[in-house]
Design a protein around this ligand. Structure first.
Ligand code: ADP
Length: 463
């Protein structure tokens, strides 16, 4: 956090420095443009007027006096000389004639144009601007008017008001910096809160939430964090419940097996009772086997990385195979199957997984049907889907339970379905496998009348 703070702070300082540098350059430019140009313009104006006093011929002393008289009521220094070399004697600083009026300047002067010079003068410790005006007669330079003015330094231009302005600007900048400092701290506070919340989450404190105090990006981030934390907490709760249920489900058969096993081992039970106990042990062991297999199936199915091989499958054959495997179970309850298959239906799927779907659903139909009843199994095409309907005349499912029966370990009547060998995982597995086949599962049921399970699976696309 300190780093971000330093970066933002640095950025603002950089911004201020750049602004100051820019202002300095701008002021310098304005000084040049406005002050210097303005001075030159007024010097030229004066020079032009003084030039008009010369009417040609020799430059007389009277003319020189008349021109220099201007000095008495102007802050410009004006000199008129016949020979520019005499200038050095007039002005209070050194003038190098050759640099002042070189061949170029001479050319301009002969054409009647003025020449402007700006140079630093050691004696005054400042820049001096001078303009030379020619007094020309018949292409002869009879004399010059020389006007000069020591330019004020930029610091001298800054009068008291300006200093006051700079002072207050500095104070204002300091106050502003303090506000900016507090502002950055305020903006970064939720980020800090988020950072410590993330640390708490990684330590397993999934109930951690952060305050959402704004609607900006930071607020959205906080909201997203809270949603993520809630999802992780939910998942963690589900995981815990799942583990608790699994251990509970395994504990019952284990205690049966252990109890009856010990009784047999210590010869506490004899004869028929002993045989019954052995049957019970086998039944419970089978239940555990089934439960662990189903759990494995669920875990495998929920692992999205597990690659399942899909290939074209003739649906009716797979359904027939499932029925064949459950024939004995159905016969033992005098339940008969009524089937109607569309032999043309080919789906893209995994045979083992599809068989597992049908076995689970048909087994439920047998398990929750009364003796001597009928189970109808039908396959048909509907648009691009293969539809499989399994309808029984069993006990049915109450409306309040219907939305939950595909949840893990959910059983309508725990005692009955357990006695029937049900674990409450069958339909969760079916739902997961149907999803893997990009299909969907719907269950309609009426208590006392029966249940209809409908499975839709997309048909194989024709090549
Ligand atoms: P189980 O292994 O207990 O059958 P399932 O997940 O397959 O678990 O089914 C969940 C519950 O839904 C069952 O315990 C049962 O109460 C109810 N159920 C499922 N199929 C039927 C059905 N065909 N008729 C009546 N109830 C059913």
């Amino acid at each position: 956090m300190k780093k971000i703070f330093a970066k933002i702070w640095g950025l603002i300082v950089l911004f201020i420095v750049v602004t100051i540098v820019f202002m300095y350059v701008l002021t310098d430019y304005l000084y040049e443009q406005l002050y210097v140009e303005d001075t030159e313009a007024s010097m030229i104006e004066v020079g032009d007027k003084l030039q008009t006093k010369y009417k040609g011929g020799k430059v007389t002393d009277a003319l020189i006096a008349e021109i220099e008289d201007y000095n008495t009521y102007s802050n410009l220094d004006v000199f008129a000389v016949r020979n520019p070399r005499e200038l050095s004697a007039c002005v209070p600083f050194e003038i190098d004639y050759d640099t002042l009026i070189g061949p170029n300047e001479r050319q301009h002067l002969l054409q009647g144009e003025s020449v402007t010079k700006i140079g630093y003068e050691e004696r005054f410790q400042r820049q001096i601007i001078s303009v030379i005006f020619p007094l020309v007669d018949q292409n002869r330079l009879e004399g010059i008017i020389y006007i000069y003015y020591p330019l004020a330094k930029i610091t001298e231009l800054a009068n008291e008001e300006v200093l006051l302005l700079i002072g207050s600007a500095i104070i204002f900048s300091c106050i502003l910096a303090a506000f900016v400092y507090q502002g950055i701290k305020h903006i970064l506070r939720p980020l800090k809160e988020l950072q410590s919340a993330v640390e708490k989450m990684s330590n397993g404190e999934y109930s951690t939430r952060v305050n959402v105090s704004s609607k900006d990006e930071m607020g959205k981030l906080s909201e997203a964090f809270n949603e993520m934390a809630a999802a992780i907490e939910r998942e963690d709760d589900q995981q815990k419940t799942f583990l608790a249920t699994v251990s509970h489900e395994l504990r019952t058969p284990i205690s049966y097996v252990k109890g009856y096993g010990e009784a047999i081992q210590k010869n506490y039970i004899e004869g028929k009772e002993r045989e019954q106990a052995m049957n019970l042990i086998v039944r419970e062991a089978e239940r555990m086997e089934r439960l662990t297999n189903e759990l494995l199936e669920l875990v495998r199915g929920s692992n999205e990385n597990t690659a399942v091989e899909f290939y074209p499958i003739v649906l009716s054959e797979t359904v027939r195979e499932a029925i064949r495997l459950l024939k004995n179970q159905a016969d033992s309850k005098d339940i008969h199957f009524v089937t109607s298959f569309d032999e043309q239906i080919i789906v893209e799927g995994n045979e083992e997984k599809l068989k597992q779907i049908f076995i689970n659903v048909i087994e439920n139909a047998i398990r929750y049907s009364n003796n001597d009843s009928k189970i109808s199994i039908l396959t048909k095409m509907m648009k691009d889907n293969a539809v499989i309907e399994i309808t029984d005349q069993g006990i049915g499912i109450p409306d309040k339970d219907l939305p939950h029966i595909t949840e893990r370990f959910y059983r309508v009547k725990k005692a009955r379905s357990r006695a029937d060998g049900g674990s409450g995982l069958g339909l969760s597995i079916v739902e997961q496998l149907v999803k893997q086949h990009k299909g969907n599962l719907t269950i309609q049921s009426e208590v006392g009348k029966g249940t209809k399970v409908t499975i839709n699976i997309p048909m194989m696309e024709e090549l």
